[in-house]
Design a protein around this ligand. Sequence first.
Ligand SMILES: Nc1ncnc2c1ncn2[C@@H]1O[C@H](COP(=O)(O)OP(=O)(O)OP(=O)(O)O)[C@@H](O)[C@H]1O
Ligand SMILES: [Mg+2]
Length: 357
Amino acid sequence: MADDVIEALEKKENQEPSESEWKETGNGPILSIGNLRVWFELKKWGFAHAGYVRAVDDVSFDLEAGGALAIVGESGSGKTSLMKTILGLYEPHEGKIVFEDRDISRFNKKELDWYRSKVGFIQQDPYGALPPFMTVKTILEEPMKINDVKDPKEREERVLKVMEEVRLSPPQEYLEKFPHMLSGGQQQRVVIGRAMIMEPDLIVADEPVSMLDASVRVEILKLLESLQKSHNLAVIYITHDLSTVRYFSDRIFVMYAGELVEKAEVEQILHNALHPYTKALLKGTSEPDARNADIIKEIPPGEPPSLVNPPSGCRFHPRCPKKIDGLCEIKVPPEFEPAESGHLTACWLYDNDVDKT
Ligand SMILES: Nc1ncnc2c1ncn2[C@@H]1O[C@H](COP(=O)(O)OP(=O)(O)OP(=O)(O)O)[C@@H](O)[C@H]1O
Ligand SMILES: [Mg+2]
């Protein structure tokens, strides 16, 4: 082979692949989380180290392109901390986040802008998420300006298209409005439109309907479901309410005190929950329907534990009706796979070698 051809091939091999090549060559998951810990340092008198809030502790999972995952857990279990770390807003204490085969901790400013355009974020409080002095049009144009979409005509076309997609229609009615002029449901549609405008591959939705009226919750969930299908989007949907996951999730991960205690397909969780905490969560579930808005839900009895000094062994043991004395409060349970393949739970009840009498 001619030297110049060999040299060209070697040069190509050593080059960083372009964005499109990354997508084509990567056979792995779109997102891979490995042994992630997100700890917040506590300071006494503003400076002395006083321990850590272990908001996320040793969390690992993969998400395939186009896959939908729900993370369910009580208030304070670490769901938002996990999401904000995935979005690159918090630095992990330990562990790895790999997006389309690239370790996000190595991203420079430009790559981080690109990453944030590929991962759309929908948060709980739509009004808080929208800049109050910007019109819908400017809000939707902003991500394109950050990501160098310079042609105003192209920006306008994309704004109109996304507004139709999130059903803010006809767009002319909303373009010049400020967030306070919109209802909660319309505000959340703007937030979803902003998340979609750069054609992301992954959407992270953190309690997207919990602050909305019960009457619009189902509509917004159905909108997210249809966007996921039409754009083959991967979705991570965070909620404390298991009843909403069946709208568009393939798998459910149950989070308790910073850890994932059960991972399974939706049907497996709904019909064959294994972990005592998941069973307690299911008891407190109702349909996200306006007619159920006044039903007071049962929650698992007891308080979620401190994340500064979490319980030893299994973190759920102080609240667990099935606790095995002499084991659960001492040893951290590994993941067991007792029923169907891919249905994992970190609970000693499923260790065949343990005497449960
Ligand atoms: N920036 C921060 N600094 C210090 N501690 C934090 C910070 N963010 C979250 N925490 C703590 O981490 C723990 C997990 O909080 P997080 O907001 O992740 O929970 P969550 O599951 O999203 O709860 P909710 O359902 O109420 O939104 C809590 O104890 C919280 O006080
Ligand atoms: Mg939260």
